[in-house]
Design a protein around this ligand. Structure first.
Ligand SMILES: N[C@@H](CCC(=O)N[C@@H](CS)C(=O)NCC(=O)O)C(=O)O
Length: 215
């Protein structure tokens, strides 16, 4: 399998965590988002959405969308499971993952910021304010939802933690204060000490750049 990846992509970071939790090592191809590598014809053939991550399987088929990729990996390598066994908790963990992946992350994405800057002529302060607003209001709702024990919904990481840790990384990067979110901070601290989350961290990736400007 080949993972099309970018160190600072929080969606790719989710997939890296899931693969690490499963103990799976895959080939990596780095798609430099700031250089626009996601828009090249070669990558568009892999993912017509021009987004990372994408996972190419050994038969050449390509999976896109981080949550779909994680579901696939969880189905073919079920140990450890990435959802709580309890159906109610599983639904709640999925809801946190979807709140992040569908309702928070897309609003702070690179292409959205590019459009605001290039087409709407908004300045960097207003773009940064937009990002902070949607990330903070999204995290406020998640703070009210999770029940750290010590992960979001129990003693093992699930899809909720897999999505939350990268979202916290982005929140810190964009200057969102985390003081109002003690439960999120406690989950984040537990994740930061877990080997799979450590291995998947953006700064640990081969394509990481020490001084890359935001976004
Ligand atoms: N819903 C998608 C989101 C993927 C996504 O937005 N990836 C970002 C990086 S985190 C990207 O490739 N952005 C490129 C761009 O905005 O041009 C998923 O979960 O995989």
């Amino acid at each position: 399998m080949i993972l099309y990846d970018y160190w600072r992509s929080s969606a790719a970071y989710r997939v890296r965590i899931a693969l690490a939790l499963k103990g799976l090592v895959v080939e990596r191809r780095f798609v430099h988002l700031r250089d626009g590598a996601q828009k090249t014809p070669a990558y568009r053939r892999k993912n017509p959405q021009q987004l990372v991550p994408a996972l190419e399987l050994d038969d050449g088929s390509v999976l896109t969308q981080s949550l779909a990729i994680i579901d696939y990996v969880d189905a073919i390598h079920p140990d450890p499971r990435l959802a709580p066994s309890d159906a109610l908790l599983a639904a709640r963990a999925r809801a946190v993952a979807l709140a992040i992946a569908c309702d928070i992350h897309p609003l702070a994405n690179l292409r959205v910021a590019d459009f605001m800057r290039d087409e709407l002529k908004l300045d960097e302060d207003r773009i940064a304010g937009w990002r902070r607003h949607w990330i903070a209001s999204g995290l406020e709702a998640i703070e009210a939802t999770i029940e750290p024990a010590p992960f979001c919904f129990g003693s093992a990481p699930t899809i909720a933690d897999i999505c939350l840790a990268p979202q916290v990384f982005s929140a810190e990067r964009f200057g969102v204060p985390l003081e109002p979110f003690p439960k999120i901070r406690s989950v984040s601290a537990i994740c930061a000490a877990h080997p799979a989350f450590v291995a998947a961290h953006p700064f640990k990736q081969p394509d990481a750049e020490a001084t890359a400007p935001a976004p």
